[in-house]
Design a protein around this ligand. Structure first.
Ligand code: BG6
Length: 482
């Protein structure tokens, strides 16, 4: 098992404490950190929301969330009771000074203080100015901001300005939960703690890179947000962009927040604007048992995309000539996310034509069954000459490290503890987000210019055929979504 280093006592004030994210991710993650002994008994979690709830009533909803979202093997009665003792609730009406005073009176100056905004961005400004106005922010405070961080470059810049009016950048933790995923961090370990790949990690040896984040679920229940966002804003601008950065970045001198983020920023700035012919937008149709995207969001005329595939280039010395193919979508065949680095074919076969040699592929699987898989060519066992076969060198983290997948730390657990520790390495800096939006805005402008509309695709498929063509015409193929 991994080592647990307890964090220092803290007060965490969670805005949006009765919301869906709090129930699905934040409270279960906090509970799990408590259960394994990382959270000190003196920690306090203060839920804040508009609903008029008593403390016990709120604790009941937290208890229910734990029951629904934490595996049974981690839910023992005394841990749940112990955790609930740390939790309290204030119903907060942002317009009432007394409510803010009450919040101020509940925070302790000797502890780390974290404000977590799990609310829609439209009210960030009012919360932040109230925190300042009521002198609730101190020098040791941290602020955690959930996505969506803006809708475009302009709105992201406005949000950054609001944050900067009260907090120093070293106090701001913008969450992209993909950075907290175990395998995503492993990508950095793989690249920068081993000498094996680095000499090959460039356009001389890498034919192309594929990044796929496929989901089986649709958008029902989140229609209002998704109709405005679409897959490009919801997934590509943040999660896929971050994955691309970790594949493409130069080794930072140290594994320190700004050193890592400086390198990621350089990648985003080196990303070339995508050409219209290199982007495919899709929208899922109805299936035998599932509603169409338009039905899910309640707008029959919607031209929002639930799928995007694109080809892009990082124009720098290391990557010039190596395409990066990105795709993400909902209602696809299954849930599968991976980064695949496809190396070039060997330049010459000493085995003659019989055995066409294929390039190696290194696949980093984010989910499900997190791990790393490397395709190697070996001789097929047995007599009868030299026949070559491709075999996997397959490492599942759960199997190799002998831990059940429920014991692998999840993204929110890692990220929330990093906030308390004050470690920003896995959080996005303001300039990084702005650069990512600048690139995304270009794609949106191209769609507007060409009046691009999403192509309908079948649920359970791997997206529109045009996405397959994006690679076929380059003599390449997507990896199976399976
Ligand atoms: C969120 C998106 O950020 O990530 C969702 O808003 C998406 O639309 C989710 O479903 C995917 O996260 P995960 O961890 O399930 O891959």
């Amino acid at each position: 098992m991994y080592k647990i280093i307890p964090v220092r006592p803290f007060d965490l004030a969670l805005f949006g404490a009765t919301g869906d994210l709090a129930k699905r991710q934040i409270f279960p993650a906090l509970y799990r950190r408590f259960q394994v002994g990382q959270m000190p008994p003196g920690a306090r979690i203060l839920g804040l929301g508009r609903s008029q709830l008593g403390s016990d009533e709120f604790r009941n909803t937290v208890c229910q969330a734990i029951r629904e979202h934490v595996s049974e093997s981690m839910r023992d009665r005394s841990s749940v009771d112990g955790f609930l003792k740390l939790v309290d609730y204030i119903s907060l009406d942002a317009t009432k000074t007394d409510d803010w005073r009450l919040l101020a009176s509940r925070l302790d100056d000797t502890r780390i203080r974290a404000f977590y905004l799990s609310v829609r961005p439209g009210i960030f400004g009012s919360i932040i100015s109230n925190l300042k106005g009521h002198q609730i922010v101190n020098d040791g405070s941290r602020i955690v901001v959930e996505k969506p961080f803006g809708h475009d470059l302009k709105s992201a810049m406005q949000l950054n300005a609001v944050l900067a009016s009260v907090f120093d950048e070293t106090q701001v933790f913008r969450i992209d939960h993909y950075l907290g995923k175990e395998t995503v961090q492993n990508l950095m370990a793989l690249r920068f703690a081993n000498v094996l790949f680095e000499p090959l990690w460039n356009s001389q040896y890498v034919d192309h890179v594929q990044i796929t984040v496929a989901e089986k679920i649709g958008v029902s229940g989140r229609g209002e947000y998704y109709q405005r966002a679409g897959a490009l804003r919801d997934m590509v601008q943040n999660h896929l962009m971050q994955l691309l950065c970790l594949v493409a970045m130069e080794p930072p001198a140290k594994f320190l927040p700004d050193a890592v983020r400086d390198e990621k920023l350089k990648v985003i700035r080196a990303l070339e604007a995508v050409e219209h012919g290199n982007i495919v937008r899709g929208q899922y149709k109805a299936g035998p048992e599932t509603a169409s995207f338009a039905e899910d969001i309640g707008d029959a005329t919607s031209e929002t995309e639930s799928f995007v595939a694109l080809k892009c280039h990082v124009r720098n010395w290391r990557w010039a000539g190596t395409p990066f193919y990105l795709r993400t979508g909902k209602r696809l065949r299954c849930r599968m996310s991976e980064i695949a680095v496809a190396f070039k074919d060997p330049p010459h076969s000493i085995f003659g034509d019989r055995s066409k040699l294929k390039g190696n592929v290194l696949a980093v699987r984010l989910q499900p069954d997190e791990g790393i898989d490397m395709r190697l060519t070996i001789k097929e066992p047995g007599p009868g000459g030299m026949r070559l076969i491709d075999v996997p060198l397959d490492m599942s983290f759960a199997r190799t490290l002998a831990v059940g997948s429920e014991h692998l730390i999840n993204a929110y657990e890692r990220l929330i503890m990093d906030v308390i520790r004050g470690d920003q390495t896995l959080f996005m800096r303001g300039d990084e987000i702005e650069a990512a939006w600048a690139w995304t805005d270009d794609v949106i402008n191209i769609w507007a210019e060409y009046d691009s509309r999403p192509i309908r695709y079948f649920p359970g498929s791997s997206g529109p055929d045009d996405a397959l063509m994006l690679l076929h015409r380059d003599n390449r193929r997507w990896r199976e979504i399976s």
